[in-house]
Write a protein that binds this ligand. Structure first.
Ligand SMILES: [Zn+2]
Ligand SMILES: [Zn+2]
Length: 131
C-alpha cells in the first residue's frame, strides 16, 4: 500500500496495486502548476486510488479543454490531474508520495519547451513534445 499527502496534511490518499509509468514533463503548464523546472508525473489507475481524508479540501482548475488539475486549497500542493483521453488513470504529482512506488521516471517529454535555466543531466529518452 502506497500513501501520500499534501503539504499541510489535510489531504491524504492511498494506492493499492500497480502504478506507472512515470515521466518528467517540461511543458510550460506543468512548470507553472508545480513552480518547478518540470513536473514528475506517475500514472495511477483511478480504481486503485482513494482519498483517505480531506477530499473536500481539493479544488480544481481546468487548465485546458481536456485536462483538470486538482490541488489542496490550503497549501496549494498539486495532487492529481485527469486527462480526458486517458479516463482510467490519474496523473499523480509524484512528489506527494510518502514512500517508494518502485517505479522510476522513464523519459522526458515537452523538452522543446523546457526552462532555459535547467539542463537535463541523465540518459533518459527526450521527446520534443508529446511522443
Ligand atoms: Zn494541503
Ligand atoms: Zn506538462
Amino acid at each position: 500500500m502506497l500513501t501520500g499527502s499534501c503539504l499541510c496534511g489535510a489531504i491524504k490518499y492511498e494506492i493499492s496495486g500497480a502504478v506507472g509509468p512515470s515521466l518528467y514533463c517540461h511543458c510550460s503548464m506543468c512548470r507553472k502548476w508545480h513552480g518547478t523546472a518540470f513536473r514528475t508525473r506517475l500514472a495511477v489507475p483511478k480504481r486503485s486510488f482513494r482519498f483517505v481524508c480531506g477530499e473536500e479540501m481539493l479544488t480544481s482548475y481546468r487548465s485546458s479543454a481536456d485536462t483538470v488539475k486538482t490541488f489542496c486549497r490550503v497549501c496549494g500542493s498539486p495532487m492529481v490531474n485527469s486527462w480526458d483521453p486517458d479516463p482510467d488513470n490519474y496523473g499523480l504529482a509524484m512528489g506527494t508520495l510518502d514512500g517508494d512506488p518502485g517505479v522510476r521516471p522513464s523519459r522526458h517529454i515537452f523538452v522543446g519547451s523546457k526552462a532555459p535555466w535547467y539542463e537535463i543531466h541523465d540518459e533518459l529518452p527526450q521527446h520534443e513534445e508529446f511522443p
